[in-house]
Design a protein around this ligand. Sequence first.
Ligand SMILES: [Zn+2]
Length: 159
Amino acid sequence: MRPAPKPAAVDCRPGFRGVIRASFGPDHVPAGCHTGELPHHDLRFDAADPNSLQDLRTALAHSRVGVRLVLAGPPADVHAAAAAAAECGLMDEEIILVREEVGTRTIYCGHCHTPTPTTQPPGAEVDCRGCGTTLSTTDHFSRRIGGYLGFSAYAEERP
Ligand SMILES: [Zn+2]
């Protein structure tokens, strides 16, 4: 077993240009991504709580355009972190998600925008907690809202 990496202190030097890897969860899932020759900076958090998200924002704020962010961990944590990164101005293509395909995902209703947590796999149907519409879940993850978009499963059958 390798010695544990340095603690998750945010010590990115200003202008860091490389790969930031953030992993969430008690198991500290390694952010499985080959960074090649690029320098990388690892952040490890127990969960995507306000403190860890603030650390992530700080690291991103010190990074320059061109940084890549790899997020690994349970979907709910990864999604919260991706939304925080989007707030910091990262583009979709600058964020790589390494989700564990277990746990709760959040489906956002395309009609009333209410978030509905679900453990159903993509393709399953869930009832929106807000308006009761039966939503088809997709694997279309929106980093802007930090969740998956759901749309009415039967919209095309209506007159
Ligand atoms: Zn709804």
